[in-house]
Ligand binder design. Structure first.
Ligand code: V0V
Length: 141
């Protein structure tokens, strides 16, 4: 079902400050950055220099709006780990397999994620308290 850990997501209040922290402290570089209006995030994907394409990335997530999932997470929990994202080759097939096991998916249909990936999420209460994202990268389409 899962082919890799695609990324781990951290909720941050200030994206530029978090990018600078991860660069200056750990040497991570920004591989990609975008605004996702539907998800209410301004995000950056970071990786270690020399990482192969497709290696697990670190996703920094800053809220665009007060009613966004990231703003709510920051209000409740403060900055920190918000999600674990598994890469899959077929997000609809993964959704069906997980639904068949009784897990709740947050969306009926996949939505648009980073770099035109197709995404969905498992409810954290059905995954051991972890918000699990399913990601089908665009180049698998
Ligand atoms: C909430 N809970 C979490 C959690 N968020 N537990 C673990 N990890 C999280 N991130 C817990 C919360 O403490 C409650 O526990 C319970 O879940 C239900 O909370 P709720 O108040 O009913 O729900 P909300 O309003 O906090 O919403 C939680 C969900 C929301 C997961 C439904 O955050 C959501 O829709 N997330 C999916 C979208 C998202 O995260 N987008 C931003 C990333 P107690 O108190 O009942 O025990 S965008 C992205 O990743 C992109 C673009 C990408 O990767 O491509």
């Amino acid at each position: 079902l899962v082919t890799a850990v695609d990324h781990v997501g951290i909720a941050v209040a200030d994206l530029e400050a978090a990018i600078a922290f991860h660069r200056d402290t750990f040497g991570l570089e920004v591989a990609h950055s975008e605004v996702n209006e539907e998800q209410g995030v301004h995000e950056a994907m970071l990786r270690a220099p020399g990482d192969a394409t497709g290696a697990t990335q670190l996703q920094l997530l800053a809220p665009l709006r007060e009613d966004s999932a990231i703003a709510k997470f920051l209000d409740r929990s403060g900055p920190g780990l918000q999600q674990l994202a598994f890469r899959v080759t077929d997000v609809e097939a993964a959704m069906s397999a997980l639904r068949a096991k009784g897990l709740r998916l947050l969306y009926d249909e996949p939505r648009r994620g980073t770099a035109n990936s197709r995404i969905n999420f498992v409810h954290p209460k059905d995954a051991g308290g972890v918000l699990v994202e399913l990601v089908e990268p665009a180049d698998h389409a």
